[in-house]
Design a protein around this ligand. Structure first.
Ligand SMILES: CC(C)(COP(=O)(O)OP(=O)(O)OC[C@H]1O[C@@H](n2cnc3c(N)ncnc32)[C@H](O)[C@@H]1OP(=O)(O)O)[C@@H](O)C(=O)NCCC(=O)NCCS
Length: 136
């Protein structure tokens, strides 16, 4: 499935938007993978915090795929959603898109990842997720 010249997801709001800056580039001229992973973790924490209604930590990154590079000046949008909850854990899918306004103006799905967050109590121990009354 092509991930180049796609549209941003319709009807969804990104958890974060940010412009990739020169300081985030690697020696090869594209954006450093560690910077992208950091943005993914920040974005994933947004729906995880909303679901946990309190302190969370990242416990695992189940998968991450870099489909296409990010370049300096690309406008990055990270979409994040809860795909599963357990007793104390929240699994989040993050999809990252780049809008290449400085070059060919294409929108590209560059990266996707799945992360797991755990709700913590005041002693930093796993805490049961609150019942929000919104899940089946
Ligand atoms: C997160 C932490 C509190 C979990 O402690 P723990 O003793 O392993 O807790 P548990 O075994 O009870 O697991 C808690 C939940 O996490 C899940 N989990 C734990 N390790 C996991 C892993 N490697 N992959 C996926 N899920 C995992 C468990 O399945 C459980 O989910 P559930 O309650 O929904 O069934 C602890 O590992 C920790 O503090 N890790 C450091 C976190 C951190 O610093 N992250 C980086 C910066 S945010």
């Amino acid at each position: 499935m092509t991930k180049i010249n796609v549209r941003l997801p319709i009807g969804k709001q990104p958890a974060i938007k940010i412009v990739a800056m020169p300081k985030d580039a690697n020696a090869g001229g594209s954006i450093f993978g560690g910077w992208i992973m950091s943005q993914i973790d920040i974005a994933g924490a947004v729906p995880a915090l909303e679901r946990a209604q309190g302190k969370i930590v990242t416990v695992a990154v189940n998968s991450i795929e870099f489909h296409e590079p990010i370049f300096i000046g690309d406008l990055i949008s990270c979409y994040a959603e809860v795909i599963k909850t357990g007793c104390t854990s929240i699994t989040i899918k993050v999809e990252v898109y780049a809008e290449r306004y400085l070059s060919n103006r294409q929108t590209v799905k560059v990266t996707e990842a799945e992360l797991i967050y755990v709700a913590l109590d005041e002693n930093r121990k796993p805490r049961k997720l609150p019942d929000l009354g919104t899940e089946q």
